[in-house]
Write a protein that binds this ligand. Structure first.
Ligand code: GLC
Length: 755
């Protein structure tokens, strides 16, 4: 029986019931027709599956899983293949545990460092987030398990996440907040998309037809299933009509009855209901077809989390090559995170981890390491005894390594941070240790940027983010040089919170979150304003060095329908093997619209042994140069010059090349009586009509010669007047009578001339 026949066999009540969960984690079954229930579970960086009958809140204990580096750490790898490998492992785990869909990846943009869930998210850059998400989705789905890209869309604060409206202009919405979803949909066809709790421009995501149907399906071609975030449904019938297929968790039949009633009363078309049921059944049976035996190899996956974190950690500072450490040195490990690392965040992504390794236990296997707790996790207060003990061991060591960062209470799902600082006790500890021990390294565990008032004091800083259950072992691998740090920051670290572009507007007021910074998120803002920052997007050091040369392009002139091949050579000029992340940014030299100074449009990670040189290539297309044109409701490339910038970070561009791009899209601006003359003069089809009108005007031409009351700049002022003149004002300067009606006819001719 095919799906259409099956749907025709289902009663109205059965169809309605299929559109909501059977319990917190399962869809509903219809035994008489052989429709099974399938299970979904969180993600995104480990399997959180409840082993007993799920409680109605889905928070009782989950099975032992393996906690991978969180999205904030994985993004720093800038490595699509690694993201794919992590996805494959997660897919195998789901297969082994009969989970049909993994609820992730989470791709919301990092609009502010204050968002409590930033640890789960990838980046401030939509290109990087979309690329990594697409790869991770491919990895999971290659194992016959679905994904649920979340949270669609613009869920960028936890404060009032279930009721506030993210108010975003159309261009910003597409260029920043929707782009990671668009990339994921077009590149990797996720089985499902999870709609967010919040409203977008006043309409709940769960009943937002523009979002769930016009954009997601009609424009992007998504043909999977849209599932609500848990409890995100407002009006079930409106949601179904808008494109929300599956309500989770179960509404115990309440909303099923709403659907039945709406169909019976004619306010909801049964066609819409059948469409939703078909999408749900397609996922159910696709997953059933893909079901196969798999082993959950926790040891292998634990090792993979360690290898992964080694690729993610970012070396922020390494003065006098204090790193890597020598095991023969007398080394002091300070800070409770050395023993009990913070490696994941709180909320629905929290994994019942298989094996957590602390740096201290790992280091003791290879070096003579002393330890002091340094601070209390439970509160911010300074414990003088702990502080004194820490200073003592730092003083008597050759090197002190302070393990610090954000406690679980500082960031989590469900609540945002209130500031960008670390606990005061930790800041004091770092300062006091540095006073007695010039050879100090700070190791950070945080899901989002922190202020570092002490940044000038330690010689080394290693950023781990929330690096998964093996973060301690990975940290030791990196600190002692068994691995060479090769992560790059996937978000800017501003000097202070008030430097962040969303600072003035962040946190919704009266349920309205106004994204007034527009497209200027992250480095798009800091770089355009040339602001001083703590560490830039794309930044990260290595134990070796790299040089770049031979930037070449396949053509210096292209149409926007062409692809352009760009290549550059990278050489390891140091003494140890390492990996470099080659970043390609694009800068439009002159634009009719406001654009960021540069945007990331390519990245490749390359491994090189000392002395080795490789060529890194990029294939660029229309998306490389385009901005979202709201008149066209599409991505659009302007004709003009574009600078290709090869960088080690957004602030360190090492090679540049300029190319000319021709637009093949005829834009038909709609002229009105308010259109200034220069816009019409710039349009080849309408310019002759503009010239006719200008010829009628006299801006005091005799004033151009000799003395007049306008002064020396008369001619240039007259020229500016002509350019800026709105069409309706021609009658004020025409030497012969011309009516408004005449001008309106002229405007019609200008618009007709383009067709
Ligand atoms: C939560 C989260 C979502 C998660 C879901 C199921 O509220 O927002 O990311 O997948 O509910 O736990």
């Amino acid at each position: 029986m095919n799906l259409k026949e099956m749907i025709s066999e289902l009663t109205l009540e059965e169809k309605a019931s299929l559109c909501s969960g059977g319990d917190f984690w399962h869809t509903k079954a219809v035994e008489r027709l052989g429709i099974p229930a399938i299970m979904v579970s969180d993600g995104p960086h480990g399997l959180r599956k409840q082993d007993l009958k799920a409680d109605h809140l889905g928070i009782n204990k989950s099975i032992v899983g393996v906690c991978f580096p969180t999205g904030s750490a994985l993004a720093c790898s800038f490595d699509r293949e690694l993201a794919r490998q992590v996805g494959q492992a997660l897919g195998r785990e789901c297969q082994a545990e009969n989970v049909a869909v993994l609820l992730g990846p989470a791709v919301n943009m990092k609009r502010s460092p204050l968002c409590g869930r930033n640890f789960e998210y990838f980046s401030e850059d939509p290109y990087l987030a979309g690329e990594l998400a697409a790869s991770q989705i491919e990895g999971v789905q290659s194992q016959g398990v679905g994904t649920s890209v979340k949270h669609f869309a613009a869920n960028n604060e936890e404060y009032r996440r279930m009721t506030s409206s993210s108010n975003i202009d159309e261009r910003t919405l597409h260029e920043i907040y929707l782009l990671p979803f668009e990339t994921a949909v077009k590149k990797s066809q996720p089985w499902t998309i999870m709609c967010s709790y919040n409203k977008i421009n006043g309409t709940y995501a769960s009943e937002n037809h523009r979002l769930l149907t016009e954009i997601l399906r009609n424009k992007w071609g998504f043909d999977g299933l849209v599932v609500s975030d848990w409890g995100a449904v407002n009006r079930r019938d409106a949601g179904l009509a808008a494109g929300l297929d599956l309500e989770m968790p179960s509404s115990d039949g309440m909303n099923d009855a709403v659907i039945v009633q709406a169909v019976k009363s004619g306010t909801l078309s049964e066609k819409d209901l059948n469409r939703a049921v078909e999408r749900i059944l397609r996922v159910v049976f696709h997953s059933t077809e893909k079901k196969h035996e798999e082993v959950f190899d926790r040891d292998a996956d634990h090792e993979l989390t360690r290898q992964t974190e080694r690729e993610c950690a970012v070396l922020l500072k390494n003065e006098q090559n204090i790193l890597p450490l020598n095991p023969k040195q007398k080394i002091a490990f300070i800070g409770k995170f050395a023993k009990e690392p913070r490696y994941q965040g709180g909320g629905s992504s929290h994994i019942n981890s298989y094996q957590v390794t602390g740096a201290l236990e790992s280091a003791k296997e290879i070096a003579n390491v002393t330890y002091a707790q340094g601070y209390d996790i439970v509160d911010d207060g300074i414990n003088q005894t702990l502080l004194r003990e820490a200073v003592e061991i730092a003083k008597s060591a050759d090197v002190a390594v302070v393990f610090a960062g954000l406690p679980a209470t500082f960031e989590s799902e469900g609540c945002d941070r209130t500031h960008m600082g670390m606990p005061a006790c930790q800041n004091v500890l770092i300062e006091e240790v540095c006073k007695v021990q010039p050879n100090t390294v700070v190791v950070l565990h945080n899901g989002s940027p922190v202020e570092m008032p002490w940044v000038s004091l330690p010689k080394g800083i290693l950023e781990l983010y929330l690096g998964g259950e093996a973060v301690g072992a990975a940290a030791v691998d990196l600190l002692f040089g068994f691995a060479n740090p090769c992560g790059r920051l996937a978000e800017t670290f501003p000097l202070k919170l008030s430097d962040n572009p969303s600072y003035l507007f962040y946190h919704s007021k009266n349920g309205e979150a106004d994204y007034r910074e527009g497209i200027f998120v992250g480095y798009r803002y800091y770089d355009k304003k040339k602001m001083p920052i703590l560490f830039p997007f794309g930044y990260g050091l290595s134990y070796t060095t790299f040089t770049y040369s031979y930037l070449t392009v396949s053509s210096k002139e292209i149409d926007d329908t062409d692809t352009l091949n760009v290549s550059v050579r990278v050489k390891n000029t140091g003494s140890v093997a390492g990996k470099e992340v080659v970043q390609l940014y694009v800068h439009e030299m002159e634009s009719a619209v406001i654009r960021p100074e540069k945007e990331l449009k390519g990245f490749e990670k390359v491994a090189l042994v000392p002395g080795e040189e490789k060529e890194v290539s990029f294939r660029l297309d229309k998306h490389t140069f385009a901005y979202y044109n709201t008149d066209l409701q599409d991505w659009h490339v302007e004709t003009g010059a574009f600078e290709l910038c090869i960088g080690k970070s957004s602030r360190e561009i090492v090679l540049r090349e300029t190319i000319a791009v021709r637009s093949t899209t005829k834009t038909c601006p709609h002229f009105t009586m308010d259109t200034p003359m220069y816009e019409v003069l710039g349009n080849p089809y309408a310019a002759p009509i503009a010239r006719e009108l200008i010829a009628l005007c006299d801006f005091g031409s005799d004033h151009n010669n000799g003395e007049n009351s306008l002064g020396e700049s008369t001619a240039s002022m007259m020229e500016a007047m002509t350019r800026e003149l709105p069409i309706h004002a021609v009658c004020s300067f025409a030497t012969k009578k011309i009516s408004r009606k005449d001008l309106e006819e002229a405007v019609d001719r200008m618009n007709d001339a383009q067709s």
